[in-house]
Design a protein around this ligand. Structure first.
Ligand code: SAH
Ligand code: F3S
Length: 432
């Protein structure tokens, strides 16, 4: 009987993709993936350490696996950013763990399983990237890493420690992976990186705008997304590529973190409020239909009522299609630990609530505004709620459930007239 593995994933898109790569590799080795941890011979936890909460979860999960290991043979591996951050210390605290492997070693799982490495937290110079062995969960969409690590040093952020220095993949490697994904029938591509728009080919020097163009021009690319863009890396060449290619999504994730220039300076975000708004204006000038999503951190050390009021006014000014917001969480070894007064937790919670309330209003208005309009929808398959209906996504990533021909192929792009806006989703019908 073949061996089985279970893998649990927390965190960002990068982690999702690492899971797809680990899973693909294990399947090549003859393992079978199971969704029930109690049926697995190998358990991998692909962890996140961006905030303290996700980090705590790891040890409570490991406690549970310890009990399972007392009853049967079981191999346990801790992967991802907590593995990178804690390394050896995980084995000390949880000696029943078999190996600890950081994000730099995702392509080197064989060396761990066959070579008996128990702590693999380096960033090998020559990183394996087997794009043919990616276990992609979607039949219509493929995520493709174009740049790993991060060279920005935002003072709150653990990512530069856990994912290492910035390394772009060669242009032609990326294009080969994209072509393979298209050949397998995927029509939507999402380029990934912590600062995706800082991409620069290490061989030819071609930049992110050139890469966007080259991919958008391949036939069969129906939708091209990318994340995460750093505002300070938005270039004219990126904007021009977006303007010239309608299959590049008009929905841009552009994390701002705060609306106050004083806070942004202490965060070392490399832009002011004014500069960020100017970048938004440049993008809107070139691509009038563009809209934005973003990330905020509230309660950053020293954040005053006035700083927070500026965050709210920035949200009012930009009117995001969606946003993610988090209370500041102190991370080990980051410079923010030594900056300003911590904000009282109750105040931070209250700010977070007010921020979400304002954004909800904007989101409602946007969804309501879609009523009666015909939107291009990329079909993903039958609707989860009603198998007689189809489901797909708008360019701004909202799910649309709609009535249409049940034999429609996933990956088709259809015009759907929206007749209802629900809390998070839209409903409509196909137009001829
Ligand atoms: N590379 C991306 C994403 C970094 S992590 C970027 O440039 O934005 C994703 C989000 O987590 C960040 O945008 C930030 O809003 C949040 N985050 C990062 N560190 C955090 C911390 N210490 N506390 C709270 N939120 C944090
Ligand atoms: Fe983190 Fe800032 Fe890089 S948020 S991932 S250090 S751009």
């Amino acid at each position: 009987m073949s061996k089985t593995f279970f893998i649990e994933t927390w965190g960002c898109q990068m982690n999702d993709l690492d899971t797809q790569r680990l899973s693909g590799n294990l399947k090549l080795r003859g393992y079978q993936r199971v969704e029930d941890e109690t049926a697995a011979d190998l358990i991998l936890l692909n962890t996140c350490s961006i905030r303290e909460k996700s980090e705590h979860k790891v040890f409570s999960r490991l406690g549970r696996f310890r009990e399972m290991k007392q009853e049967r043979a079981l191999t346990i591996g801790v992967c991802g950013c907590v593995a990178q951050q804690e390394g050896e210390a995980i084995l000390k605290r949880a000696p029943w763990v078999d190996f600890v492997m950081g994000p730099g070693n995702v392509g080197h799982l064989d060396a761990v399983l066959d070579g008996g490495r128990t702590v693999a937290v380096d960033f090998p110079e020559d990183r394996h990237y087997d794009y043919l062995a990616i276990d992609r969960p979607s039949a219509t969409k493929a995520q493709v890493t174009i740049i790993e690590g991060c060279n920005k040093n935002c003072t709150f952020c653990i990512v530069p420690t856990t994912r290492g220095r910035e390394v772009s993949r060669p242009f032609d490697d990326v294009l080969n992976e994209v072509r393979a994904a298209l050949e397998s029938g995927r029509v939507e591509l999402e380029l990934l990186g912590q600062t995706v728009n800082a991409y620069r080919c290490p061989i030819s020097g071609r930049d992110f705008g050139a890469l966007l163009r080259a991919i958008a021009e391949l036939s069969d690319v129906k939708r091209l997304r990318f994340m995460t863009s750093h505002p300070a890396e938005v270039s004219d060449s990126m904007i021009a590529a977006m303007r010239d290619h309608a299959n590049i999504s008009r929905y841009l994730h552009l994390p701002v973190q705060s609306g106050s220039s004083a806070v942004l300076r202490r965060m070392k975000r490399l832009y002011t409020r004014e500069k960020y708004l100017e970048i938004i204006a440049r993008l809107r000038d070139a691509i009038p239909e563009i809209h934005f999503s973003t990330d905020f951190i509230v309660g950053f050390p020293g954040e005053t009522d006035d700083d927070f009021a500026q965050t709210l006014s920035l949200i009012e000014e930009v009117r995001y299609g969606s946003l993610f917001a988090f209370k500041y969480s102190p991370r080990p070894g980051t410079p923010a630990l030594r900056i300003g007064q911590p904000v009282d937790d109750a105040i931070a919670s209250e700010r977070l609530t007010r921020l979400f309330e304002l954004h909800e209003q904007h989101k409602r208005e946007r969804l309501e505004g879609y009523r009666g309009r015909v939107l291009p929808v990329l079909v993903e398959g039958p609707s989860r709620h009603d198998p007689d209906m189809l489901a797909g996504r708008t360019d701004d990533n909202f799910v649309v459930n709609f009535s249409g021909d049940p034999s429609t192929r996933p990956g088709s792009m259809l015009g759907v007239r929206i007749d209802q806006a629900q809390h998070h989703t839209l409903r409509g019908q196909v137009v001829a």
